[in-house]
Ligand binder design. Structure first.
Ligand SMILES: Nc1ncnc2c1ncn2[C@@H]1O[C@H](COP(=O)(O)OP(=O)(O)OP(=O)(O)O)[C@@H](O)[C@H]1O
Ligand SMILES: [Mg+2]
Length: 237
């Protein structure tokens, strides 16, 4: 497979209605591992994820993959904070990305059933996805993103509002996926989760990268007092 990474952001800036939401920001996303993006509400986490995935227009600067944009996009997946489910069955939701890519029906069904097993919905293939619980839905959204075997996976708060068990199931899945070489970039407000999963961390503040480092130094020896405060749970503007 042709490599998609690194992704290089150069002076990437997003402005809307005269307000600067992000940047100018320089950031390189290298091969392998899981990057956690943290920061206060409104600090630009979602905007940064969207810029990386290419669904947020830059006002200036560039975001460049090692492949042309259209090819690069095909090899990435993005899971929104509140994923929308098709008003169809669990099985149909899972196989939908493969159907779009023109995979043979039997193969798409087999892979979808396999993913349903992996997320504990193997007995619920025919259940309408809109009737699933929040945790089940989030797992379904993740599986639907992963069924295409993307090289890079973006996640925006994948465990917001989930209980400990659903969170653990999702983290287990993410670790398994990372082990196969999938690059993961995840925004989270859950500092426990950030520590459990991160290979490296990025701390955003006011649309800028305020601090970043490899784990565990990112958490144990923050370079800035603001990150130290944020990790302690203090209010950081
Ligand atoms: N289309 C838009 N037009 C104007 N402002 C926007 C737009 N999208 C986002 N913003 C603003 O940009 C800033 C960054 O938003 P963003 O959603 O990236 O933050 P975040 O770190 O993901 O926050 P949260 O933790 O609440 O999810 C916020 O002040 C937000 O109100
Ligand atoms: Mg957000």
């Amino acid at each position: 497979m042709v490599g998609l990474l690194p992704l290089t952001l150069t002076a990437a800036t997003v402005r809307r209605r005269g307000k600067r939401l992000l940047g100018p920001l320089d950031l390189t996303l290298d091969q392998g591992g899981l990057t956690v993006i943290i920061g206060p509400n409104g600090s630009g986490k979602t905007t940064l994820l969207r810029v990386m995935h290419g669904i947020e227009r830059l006002s200036s600067g560039t975001a460049q993959w090692s492949l042309p944009p259209a090819e690069a996009r095909q090899q990435q997946a993005y899971v929104f904070q509140s994923p929308t489910m098709l008003r169809r069955s669990v099985l149909q939701n899972l196989r939908y990305p493969l159907d779009l890519l023109g995979h043979p029906r039997a193969e798409a069904s087999a892979r979808a059933a396999d993913w349903a097993d992996r997320i504990g919905l193997g007995q619920a293939l025919d259940r309408p996805a809109t009737r699933l619980s929040g945790g089940e839905r989030q797992k379904l959204a993740l599986a639907r993103a992963l069924i295409r075997e993307p090289q890079v996976l973006f996640l925006d708060e994948p465990c917001a509002n989930l209980d400990g068990r659903a969170t653990r199931d999702i983290e287990t899945l993410l670790l398994a996926v990372r082990a196969t070489g999938t690059r993961i970039v995840m925004a989270t407000h859950d500092m426990g989760q950030a520590r459990r999963l991160a290979d490296d961390g990025v701390f955003l503040r006011g649309g800028m990268v305020h601090d970043s480092n490899r784990a565990p130094s990112f958490f144990d020896a923050p370079k800035t007092p603001e990150l130290a405060s944020f990790l302690k749970g203090d209010i950081v503007e």
